[in-house]
Each structure stands twice: as structure tokens, then as C-alpha cells.
Design a protein around this ligand. Sequence first.
Ligand code: LLP
Length: 457
Amino acid sequence: MEEKQSFLKQKIDLESPNKNIVPITTSIKGDGKLSVGGCSIEELVKKYDSPLYILDEFTLRKSCEAYKKALEKYYPGESLPIYASKANSSIFMSSLISSEGFGLDAVSEGELLTALKGGVPNEKIVFHGNNKSDKEIEFAVRNNIKVIVDNDHDLERLEELSNSLNRDLEIMIRFTPGIECHTHEYIRTGSFDSKFGFGIEYLNILFANIRDTKHLKLTGIHAHIGSQIFELDPHNDLGEIMVNVILEAKKFGHNINELNVGGGLGIKYTESDDPPSIDEWVKTISNSVVKACEKNNLDFPTLMCEPGRSIVSTAGITIYKIGAFKEIPGIRTYLSVDGGMSDNPRPITYQSNYSACLVNNPLNNNSHNKYTIAGKHCESGDVLFKEIDLAECKTGDLICVFGTGAYNNSMSSNYNRIPRPAALLVCDGEAEIIQKRESPSDLLKYDVLPNRFIRQN
Ligand code: LLP
């Protein structure tokens, strides 16, 4: 019998988890069933119900380690890897990445609070965003968190605030380097037509404006060119462009010592994906910065990078239970699961593809069928897989979707008033809750009936 889920038999890359489809600790036990982190998935669902998000601690730590090792190996100056918490923000993730010595990138007061609660040191947090509120900026400044200035609006707010506090503030600026890369247009950010950052052609005016402020000290520059990128050339170009920006800023008296290249390294969602390794990505960036610095006799700035997806995506899986089947003869068979676009909005938003298998028959032994896996939401487009080969399955069987650690939980919603799944951390045969399952009544918490609608008894 042909095995369609051959990705489960592929050799695991221990050094660069983003090159694997499955978490490093994935295994098929003697009973032929799937386990991760030493835990039987079937048992976890018995205890914690479905749908269920699961994160594998070993894979998470291996990803962090890969960035740290590569930065140490290829970059002779100081460096700081910063986790882009939008990929998966929780007190647990904040705590894990700070235990690895990472910094954290936040884009809202919510992400900032989560980082602080998880113990990320204030000085290792950077605050991004193209429309930060006054309250958010003030929150960051009062907590000594570095703000990455995205536009003139940010700059004006920070200038006012630093004047009113009569305090010097170190800032970084984000600019768009004008680099095109091949990724979905919604997650491309480095080209000229982007809502983020200052246009590179505007930087000289900006440098002059910052020089004329009393308290703002420009210490760093930032650029992020997009996400789920498989090419190395754009990041090779970026290093050199950024060093040139540092040299330009020098002419205005700014001594920039932090160079932040953003994130963007892709991961392997399906067998046809072939992203570079973390080592190759870091090597490309480091070499390009080093070369440009040496050429211009510039001290090496602190090199920062902001990986999100490549830290957490491969460590995460989602487990669903199969419910209804609908066969349309000659067309397709729909198999519906107990989650969908509310816990994973990526297929409907970006037409993203994933890999999946049955928990109780991961290698598809027996005859197999083509199924379309539909979510349970009231939306025809709520389809997680258009056509997937799975062994014969039935109501009550479990499906495991791989690569869901990033931009699933963090982009989840309560569409159709469906509660969010629980999230578990697995490690060495133990599982612990890191996010409690919502209940339908939780979802009523913020509803308020206007007074005149409340029936008087
Ligand atoms: N730094 C900045 C400033 C960013 O905007 C992002 C992602 C990152 C770092 C992390 O990029 P990563 O290493 O994860 O590629 N929701 C989309 C992805 C949006 C990415 C937004 N910015 C998705 O599900 O594919």
C-alpha cells in the first residue's frame, strides 16, 4: 500500500526545526498511534478534549538554540535574537523565550503586558506598530521599553513625552528598504508600498528632525521585509542597505549601534516547501552586515533579528475530532472537524497549505481516500484542506494538523461564538495546560444589555 503521509518517515533535522514538518519529538508508538513530547495524543484528547493546540517544548528550545548558536558562530559583534510575539503570544511563550535569553517584539499594550508578566526583561523588549496609541506609547516609555518609531506621528508623541518628562529617550526607527520578496502579498512589508515604516528616501529629513529634538537619541534602525520567505538574497541585500543607512545617519551626528533586520525565515508546511536553515539565514545576514561594516570601517553594531514563525510554528500541532461526513458522488467527500477558521484562519486568509494525518493511523495503512476537511463555521470557505489523502476514517477519529504553532492561536477568533481551544505544553511525557479552554459562557462576559431592554419584574 502506498504511504501518503511519508513526511512522517522523513529524517528529522535536529539543528533547524523550521526544515521539518513535524515537532522533533513526534513518534509513532508500538500501537501505531501518534505521540508528541512523549505523550499519546489520544490520551491527551481524552483528558483535555478537542480541538487542542499542543506545543512541544523540545522543538521550541531547539529553534531558539539554533538562532543563538548561529549568531555566535557568524557575527563577531554583540547580538540579540528577539522573539516576534505576534506569532504566538502568551505568558508561557514569554517565559520560555526569556529563559533562552531572547528579547521580545510586541505591537500592542496586550503583547507588552504579556511579555512583562512572562518575565521578559524590559530592556530586551521592543515596541513596534504603525498606529501606536498615546496610551501605549506612554506605557512603553514608563516601563523603559524601547519604542521603534514607525512614522512622524510616533516621533511627535515621543518628542512631546520626552519633553514633558524632561528625560532622554533612546529610540529606533523602522524604514522600508524597497526590497521585493516572493511571499503572499499580505505578508510582504519591505517594498515601497507598505503601511509600515519610513520610506528610505525620507530618511535624511527624518535624521535632521531627530537631531533637532531635545531628548530623542537615535540608537537603532529596523527593517522587516516580509514573512515565510525562502530566498536568502533579499536578506543579503538588506544587511548592506542597513549599514549604508547607518553611515548616512552618521552625517547627521547619530551614532547608531543597533541594527535590527526583522524576521521572515520561512518554515516547511508541506513536502514541497524547502526553506533555508536557521544557520544559513543567520549566516547570510551576518556576513552581509560584517562585509559592509568592514568595507566602511564601521564598528559592528549589535545585530538583532526578530524571528516569529521559525521559532514556534513547527513546535505546534492542532488536534481535531472528526464529526460529520458528506459525500457528493463524483465530486468530493467533506469531512467536518470540531474547529476551523476560528482556531486557524490562515487557510481562508492566505490560502495556506498544511500537512496532516490521522492520530490512530498516521501512516495511512489501509486503503486511503481523498477528503476535503471542513471546519464547523457557517462559511463555505471554512476549509482546512481542499484534498487530502487519508486512510479510511470515521466519526470520532482524531486528525493532527502540523505546523500550527505560529499565527494560529494568536490570530484566532470567536467567530460563530466558538470558544478557543485549550493549549498544552508537552515535554518528556508530561503535559501541562498553558491556555485554558474557553467556554461558551466566557464569551458572554463582555455583552451588556442596555438598561431599557432589561425586563422589569
Ligand atoms: N518583525 C516584524 C516587525 C514583523 O512585522 C514580523 C511579522 C516579524 C518580525 C516576524 O516575522 P516571522 O519571523 O514570523 O516571519 N499572519 C501572517 C504573518 C504576518 C507576519 C507579520 N509580521 C501569517 O500567518 O502568515
